[in-house]
Design a protein around this ligand. Structure first.
Ligand SMILES: Cc1cc2nc3c(=O)[nH]c(=O)nc-3n(C[C@H](O)[C@H](O)[C@H](O)COP(=O)(O)O)c2cc1C
Length: 183
């Protein structure tokens, strides 16, 4: 059966540059016969232990999406040198047990393959990649070692469109290759 990958874009912005990056990667995976989808999580409530059992339907929805795929691919901007709050909120939700009394992330999250890429300013997303590496490792996910951070050119901010350079595409292509080897 075909493998399935769920993209989680760390920016909720409609014309997100990180979404452009995710769409590039998704196309590359689709060309290899891998199914891809994008997580819609803008309506996820804020993590709150008072509403965990039972969880709101939006939480169930995103949990099922994670459950139904072989791997995740996170593509994220850097907010104040760290993980955007909306993305952290999603990760906090899936890190929580599904059954009351259990501890830690559910089985469908543990050991799931996850890749990380990001586009930001001059940092090349190195700060968010560093932070999310610690986070995903503590959550018990199987994090792809290769992580690609890209620097957004001034032109992207002027035009609102991010055209990936050939060099940036080559870096992502290599990440795709390594990811498929582990999938
Ligand atoms: C709250 C906030 C904090 C930001 N902090 C950083 C930062 O620390 N480093 C950086 O390179 N860009 C930062 N930016 C700028 C983003 O890189 C820029 O808005 C980028 O377009 C966001 O990615 P997106 O196009 O995928 O939405 C920040 C943007 C926001 C909204």
């Amino acid at each position: 059966m075909n493998k399935k990958v769920l993209f989680v874009v760390g920016s909720l912005r409609e014309k997100s540059f990180n979404k452009t990056v995710a769409e590039y990667i998704s196309k590359k995976l689709e060309e290899k016969g891998i199914g891809t989808s994008f997580l819609e999580y803008s309506k996820l409530p804020l993590i709150n232990q008072d509403i965990e059992f039972p969880v709101p339907s939006e939480v169930d929805k995103v949990r099922n999406e994670v459950k139904n795929v072989d791997a995740l691919w996170i593509v994220t901007p850097e907010y104040n040198g760290s993980v955007p709050g909306s993305l952290k909120n999603f990760l906090d939700w899936i890190s929580r047990p599904v059954v009351k009394g259990n501890f830690g992330a559910p089985e469908f999250v543990k050991d799931k393959l996850v890749a990380v890429s990001g586009a930001a300013g001059k940092s090349e997303a190195s700060l968010v990649i560093g932070e999310i590496t610690g986070l995903l490792t503590r959550m018990g996910l199987n994090l792809l070692e290769e992580k690609v951070g890209l620097s957004l050119p001034a032109e992207a901010f002027q035009t609102g469109v991010f055209n990936l350079s050939n060099e940036q595409k080559a870096k992502l292509d290599n990440e795709v290759k390594l990811f498929i080897e582990k999938l």
